[in-house]
Unconditional design. Sequence first.
Length: 269
Amino acid sequence: MERGEQLIIPNGDTVLKARDRISIVGASAEANDFFRQVGIVTNQVKNIMIAGGGTIAYYLAKMLIASVIRVKIMEKDMKRCETLCELLPRATVVYGDGTDRDLLKEEGLEKYESFAALTNIDEENIMLSLYAKKVGNAKVITKINRITFDEVIADLDLDTVIHPKDITSELIIRYVRSMKNSLGSNVETLHKIINNKAEALEFIIRENSRVTDIPLQELPIKKGILVASMNREGKIIIPRGMDMMKKGDTVVVITQLAGLNDIDDILAR
């Protein structure tokens, strides 16, 4: 959680305060129940409009179509439109400038539940995102290639900002760490979170080690590390003090500490 500029990895003694910003971990069904109880409505979007038809737009559209989400892509290059029509026959591809307000209105931007600004120009993406939020209630995704002005971007009313360079660096770091497998539980997935202040790491425990079959409350876990969830044969476990990690578990760890390569690295000794 964030308290002002401070990042806190919570433990049993942590007390929430007014204006804290918290992130939660939970199984999808349980998370939805939690949101309903606190009065937050969450629904999967049924459609998306994407401005820009580049590589990221293609892969995003492909995944969304597989999730039965209707996709419309705005692309101003005719040849690229033809290519996208061949690659994504279930998407609607519109030949036109995605920054043209009249075109966006004509294509019904205000009725879409989500909008992704994925052109190659950061300024266009920012303005498009702000415009989409002004004219409708869409969930907005904004691609930013340059990260020089993070402080300024953070103050804008944008929903989700993605940095392709950060995503690439995460993949490289994950690969390098996965090559350092010492006990059969190397990093499977890595994500930088909370403005790169912390990491979410996924480990698959392939062998018994110093962390397995011992209650979490008895493990000397380093300060600044939280064992956030365990997947055991498809069952999601949000661990408590008496829960134990076991061989075959997939474990998600949240940490402020850099350089964890193996699940045993969470131990202080």
